[in-house]
Design a protein around this ligand. Structure first.
Ligand code: ARG
Length: 620
């Protein structure tokens, strides 16, 4: 029946009946509209940030997560390293092509480039039997009870249900050739009576979730027999899927129940269900960058959050162990690991990853030598002391200090585009370790400039892309720039390292309130401000700019501070140059916060010009 006809029929109804009909109709529209836009569903969906989902982040998105040690981060994506870029130390491993590799990293890097050749086992390749996974008692070949045959064992064995989660199931399905991993681990199968008894022998397995073969996971056997079931799985295929309004769509195309998003478990297999979270469910740990990680990853000796807060505030010697069955004593100072009941059956590739990570080259930046951080209360900025801002430089143009700058390593200074012109490079001088330019201190050093690079999209009218690089001249016969008193600030590689309301520090020789001249370096604490378009409608570009200030406006950058640093410290007190002083309406007015160039947005631009190894702290 057509709706217009229905309205005619309702016309002679009593008004109360008509009202009832109207409510039903409204309900109908409400239900059907909420079906097409899952965002208006139950409150739990508010855990995911829709704007972030549009970016399709996965475990390969290095703005959100660290790349694996055999990958490097290029323009926000983890790509394969070449095997020779791996650390040399390690034990040999064997791949499915029958070739041995000097380390796990070498093999994984080769696999990254040739996905069909996977990890087979630890040690050199011999004629020993192969690792093998199979599913039995299922109705189709993509489901069943999980059976494995380990390399040095003749018999196939079952896996215990209590050590089996979506993490392991995803790896098993990937191993079996289902690229989207597992669909679920709950379906029941008809298994022979003999297997239904509780003490059928089974193995425990633990995966990270990033493995491509179950052989890379760690298998253990427990001596004590506890009642259990056997691990089972249904692997995911698109044709057997029934997405509903309540499902979350993974970037790899798989649909999972909405309530599995942001629970710390990588249900999708590509981690896309855990990367855009305002909060996390249950006991999962929420990284500041919006990522949910399992509670077991907290204080496990390996940094998971890009902002590393999962490994801070950990009591020494009381690291929680990853393996479920390994108990932790609740009282008393020490961690007790019950090793006697667990037998390792395969090498631990998880700790191999940790070891490889520790062997990767490390960048030194953002750490002050003298760590006497005496924090003073500041109103309108306080004078700086020697060594407090070792990355701060002054830029002199024809003898006058015109701008600030930030030392980022090598011979490179970061500054604002509006401070410099490439053609005038010979007029510039970079003054390092300067405090007061009326009373030059002995540590002071003066550098001449060999080149100025202004961002090619710098717009002098809108101040978009207000960023430039200054290359300092090396002394004759020297290969490096020598700046004995300077320490580089780290360049932020991800826009998620710091968030609105984080407290950061601006410094410079710019004007004080009332346009008062300033001769000594001053600094002030300001907060990052989100949503800045409300202060500068039509002039603020979120991706490229960052506002910072205080609620009363009492602390701000001003004329002459341009090009200087807005630095933020991470949880380990490592300093990042988050902003470059760029512009602002007047100075020190709460309704007009200071606007800074958002340096994280220019990481690739900077690393292109200065060289990746100078600024790539992780994922080199
Ligand atoms: N453009 C100014 C300069 O040349 C920096 C202004 C910063 N203003 C502010 N209110 N934060 O020094």
């Amino acid at each position: 029946m057509d709706r217009s006809v229905r309205w005619k029929v309702t016309a002679p109804y009593s008004s109360s009946m008509r009202l009832a009909h109207l409510i039903l109709l409204l309900l109908y529209f409400h239900l059907s509209s909420s079906r097409s836009t899952p965002a208006s569903g139950p409150p739990q969906e508010d855990l995911v940030e829709q704007k972030c989902l549009l970016r399709n982040y996965t475990h390969h998105s290095c703005n959100k997560v660290f790349c694996l040690p055999w990958q490097k981060c290029i323009e926000g994506t983890c790509i394969c390293k070449l095997p020779y870029q791996c650390p040399k130390d390690g034990t040999p491993v064997c791949a499915t092509n029958g070739r041995s590799y000097p380390t796990y990293c070498h093999q994984k890097s080769f696999e990254c480039l040739h996905p069909e050749i996977k990890f087979s086992n630890n040690g050199t390749c011999t004629a020993e039997g192969k690792f093998n996974v199979s599913l039995i008692y299922g109705n189709t070949k993509r489901e069943g009870i999980v059976q494995v045959k380990l390399v040095d064992q003749d018999e196939k064995m079952f896996i215990c249900k209590n050590s089996w989660s979506m993490t392991e199931a995803n790896v098993a399905c990937l191993h079996l050739g289902y690229p989207q991993g597992a669909r679920g681990i709950k379906r029941r199968f008809n298994i022979p009576i003999s297997l239904r008894i509780n003490d059928t022998e089974c193995l425990h397995v633990r995966c990270r979730g990033v493995e491509t073969s179950l052989a890379e996971c760690t298998f253990t056997k427990r001596r004590t027999k506890t009642p259990h079931g056997l691990a089972r799985v249904v692997c995911y295929t698109q044709d057997a899927d029934f997405p509903t309004s309540q499902s979350f769509q993974c970037v790899n195309g798989k649909h999972i129940p909405q309530e599995k998003a942001c629970d710390g478990v990588n249900d999708c297999g590509d981690q896309s269900d855990e990367l855009c979270c305002k909060e996390c469910r249950g006991t999962a740990f929420h990284c500041k960058s919006g990522v949910c990680i399992p509670n077991e990853s907290k204080c496990n000796g390996e940094v998971d959050c890009i902002t590393s807060e999962d490994e801070s505030d950990c009591e020494e010697g009381r690291q929680r162990k990853i393996h479920k069955g390994l108990a932790r004593s609740d009282q008393g100072g020490e961690t007790e690991i019950e090793t006697e009941e667990t037998e390792m059956l395969t090498p631990d590739m998880n700790s191999e990853i940790k070891r490889i990570k520790s062997l990767l080259p490390k960048l030194s930046c953002g750490i002050k030598r003298n760590t006497h951080t005496r924090r003073k209360r500041v109103i309108g900025g306080k004078p700086a002391e020697m060594g407090e801002y070792p990355w701060q430089v002054a830029i002199k143009d024809s003898g006058k200090i015109t701008c600030g700058g930030i030392y980022i390593g090598g011979c490179w200074i970061l500054t604002a585009a509006h401070c410099v012109r490439p053609s005038r490079y010979h007029n510039y001088q970079v003054w390092t370790a300067l405090l007061d330019w009326l009373k030059p201190n002995s540590e002071l050093a003066v550098q001449r400039v060999s080149r100025v690079i202004v961002h090619e999209k710098y717009n002098g009218a809108t101040y978009q892309n207000d960023i430039a690089l200054i290359e300092m001249r090396k002394l004759p016969g020297k290969k490096e720039c020598e700046l004995p008193r300077s320490i580089p600030a780290c360049v932020p590689w991800s826009p998620y390292l710091f968030q609105p309301n984080d407290s950061c520090i601006v410094s410079g020789w710019g004007r004080e309130k009332g346009n008062q001249k300033v001769y000594s370096l001053r600094w002030g604490e300001v907060n990052l401000i989100g949503n800045c378009s409300q202060f500068y409608p039509g002039r603020y570009y979120e991706k490229e700019m960052q506002c910072a200030g205080t609620s009363d406006g009492s602390i701000d950058a001003c004329k002459g501070d341009s090009g200087g640093p807005l630095v933020c410290n991470d949880i380990n007190n490592v300093t990042y140059v988050w902003g470059i002083v760029s512009w602002g309406e007047n100075c020190g007015q709460p309704e007009f916060p200071g606007v800074y160039t958002r340096v994280a947005n220019y990481f690739d631009w900077i690393s292109y010009h200065v060289g990746r190894s100078l600024v790539s702290q992780h994922n080199v």
